[in-house]
Design a protein around this ligand. Structure first.
Ligand code: ADP
Length: 495
């Protein structure tokens, strides 16, 4: 199959969260399985084109934006450790800026920046003579590729048989914007904007809603999240729209790229380890706590349980719960806590306070740091993910492979991937709690700690965790099946 992917993030070039990892892992898998993949994303200032071997070309795409045209020069390269072709769109006005999305609220013209990306996708395919079977869009950023395919591009022979598939990685971000800004740029007449039309959403345009309505198939990143966004307030107002699409919505768990996340071959770890050499994990813990956290030999000797978090510091991730609970856990249970995170400053202030008050137990670093992320996940005994909601979550899947026991809230993909440990049978590989309350979190942490270094449970837990297989191959295969269904739908519509 020929798969054209339009996306706002792609690891390791441009990453804010799991979206970047998930798409890179899928693209690699499809390409290993013999499919042709072309990924298109913006050439953000932050992308180190030199380090990743990207070259400018003399090709420039012309992108219709309303009555006028805008342009992007193409940079070509490949996704590291793969043969996946990647095309970066150089447009200084849109992308030569700090970061990917801008501030917490996003750049004011994100609607336009991502409309440009969604439309350029088709122009790039034409210039590179790539005829896609599937256009695969991700989140609101490229959701508009779905109506663009159906309303404008499917009349071109290259896209006549193409099916559109939209993956929702996080429904909280929908790209709600002014119709007067977006509709003229898209070339959608005002008559199309009325209550109940795909283009209208409480007087605004909702880019994700339109994408959902025009996609041939819609995926989201875990089965539980697929249910939650249709049936609970986690649908963020789009429950009804998703229910209109009913059986076209499926949940496919994100998979892990185990070439990037494997403790036996992790370039960031001082000591590689595997299930056959678990003392190696302990050595990573010692190294992190002595070198990064500055603990002395007697302090290391105490071997307190280490809870780790690698996360965006946002409400979604349950940081409020952590703020309510952590100080007592540290003070009363004597645990150590390591955090790598970036996000809201009010949360940073809290962790800074805690790290200064309990400087021998709480260690924090703010900002984005790939190497430290790997080191913390390897060194920690437990990974904490008390998310308010979690579409899939990758960090807990990485933790499992590193023998780091997840303590998570039973929501979304966390519910689908973490199984409660049962000391009677020795089955399961983590600890879950239901209610979004400090008491429930504390209860789960205390219960999880009751197995720390207690044999045979501790060994069993780690073995079970490391034996889990959430490889990207399985998700890549499930997507190919979904693509087949999407193509069938297109064929049926043409017949
Ligand atoms: P989300 O996509 O909602 O942020 P996921 O758990 O799916 O959550 O994916 C998060 C990804 O981002 C993981 O690869 C995690 O290691 C990484 N990550 C999050 N915060 C940081 C950070 N501050 N530094 C480095 N990596 C981070």
């Amino acid at each position: 199959m020929n798969i054209l992917v339009g996306v706002a993030e792609l690891a390791p070039l441009a990453k804010v969260g799991g979206l970047a990892d998930a798409v890179a892992a899928l693209a690699r898998q499809w390409s290993t399985m013999g499919h042709r993949v072309l990924v298109v994303l913006p050439k953000y200032r932050a992308i180190d084109v030199g380090a990743h071997g990207f070259q400018p070309t003399d090709r420039v795409v012309e992108v219709p934006m309303g009555w006028w045209r805008e342009y992007a020069r193409l940079w070509m390269g490949t996704l590291p450790q793969s043969t996946v072709r990647v095309c970066l769109l150089e447009n200084a006005d849109y992308y030569e800026r700090e970061g990917i999305y801008g501030t917490a609220e996003g750049y004011a013209d994100n609607d336009r920046r991502f409309l440009f990306l969604s439309r350029a996708l088709f122009e790039v395919a034409s210039v590179l003579e790539f005829s896609p079977d599937i256009v695969h869009a991700h989140d609101y950023h490229t959701a508009l590729a779905m109506p663009l395919l159906k309303l404008f591009y499917r009349w071109q022979p290259r896209f006549y048989k193409t099916a559109g598939v939209l993956t929702i990685h996080n429904i909280a971000f929908q790209g709600v914007t002014e119709p007067a800004r977006l509709l003229p740029l898209l070339g959608i007449p005002w008559e199309e904007f009325y209550p109940g039309s795909p283009w209208e959403y409480f007087g605004a345009v909702n880019m994700l809603k339109v994408g959902i309505l025009y996609a041939d198939k819609i995926a989201t990143v875990s089965p539980t999240y697929a249910w939650e966004i249709r049936s609970t307030p986690l649908g963020e107002g789009l429950q009804g729209v998703l229910n209109v699409r009913g059986e076209d919505v499926v949940g496919i768990l994100n998979g892990v790229d185990y070439t990037e996340w494997d403790p036996a071959h992790d370039r960031y770890l001082p000591v590689p380890y595997s299930v056959q050499f678990l003392p190696g994990k302990q050595l990573n813990k010692r190294r992190l706590l002595s070198e990064w956290a500055g603990l002395s030999e007697p302090e290391l000797h105490r071997n307190a349980p280490l809870l780790g978090m690698v996360t965006r510091l946002t409400e979604q991730k349950g940081i409020d719960l952590v703020c309510h609970t952590l100080e007592r856990l540290v003070a009363e249970l004597g645990i150590c806590f390591a955090l790598l995170g970036s996000g809201a400053s009010r949360y940073e202030d809290f962790f800074r306070y805690l790290a200064s008050r309990y400087s021998r137990q709480v260690f924090v670093q703010f900002g984005y740091n790939e190497a430290l992320a790997h080191k913390i996940i390897a060194a920690a005994d437990y990974l904490l993910m008390p998310s308010r909601y979690e579409p899939c979550g990758l960090t807990q899947l990485y933790a499992l492979r590193y023998g780091t026991i997840p303590i998570v809230r039973a929501v979304g993909g966390l519910r689908d991937t973490v199984r409660q440990y049962d000391p009677m049978t020795g089955e399961g590989w983590g600890f879950l709690f239901e209610d979004y309350t400090p008491e429930a979190l504390r209860g789960a942490v205390e219960y999880a700690l009751s197995f720390y270094n207690v044999q045979p449970h501790w060994e069993q837990l780690r073995r079970n965790a490391m034996a889990c297989d959430f490889s990207a191959r399985r998700s890549a295969e499930q997507y190919l099946q979904l693509f087949e269904w999407a193509l069938e739908r297109v064929r049926a519509q043409r017949a």
